[in-house]
Design a protein around this ligand. Structure first.
Ligand code: SF4
Length: 102
């Protein structure tokens, strides 16, 4: 999991820092929040989701690291994938799936 703060939206309330100081901090100059971890450790996932849900301006975005896995899985279900073409060809040869044995 990764987390990002849209610093253009951040209203500098500090709520995320109060919720999870291990993942967020505020810039001294202007109070805008920033993320201080490259990747969120598994143990902090619930707290990061809580911080994101509590941000009053929805400036915190959680990015689940398994998004790439979803894309690969989606490709397998894409119309006219190789798998779908093989299935369609099999159906044309043997409609209904009956294999001809009695
Ligand atoms: S909770 Fe939202 S608005 Fe407040 S400091 Fe964090 S990112 Fe900024």
């Amino acid at each position: 999991m990764r987390v990002v703060v849209n610093q253009d939206l951040c209203a500098t309330t500090g709520q995320c820092v109060l919720t999870l100081p291990g993942a967020f901090r505020q810039r001294e100059a202007d109070g805008v929040a920033e993320v201080c971890v490259a990747t969120v450790p598994q143990a902090l996932h619930p707290a990061v989701r809580l911080a994101a849900s509590q941000c009053p301006v929805a400036a915190i975005r959680v990015i689940d690291s398994n998004a790439g896995d979803d894309e690969r899985a989606g490709a397998d279900h894409a119309p006219f994938s190789a798998k779908a073409k093989r299935h369609a060809a099999k159906e044309q040869r043997n409609p209904g799936g009956h294999n001809g044995t009695v």
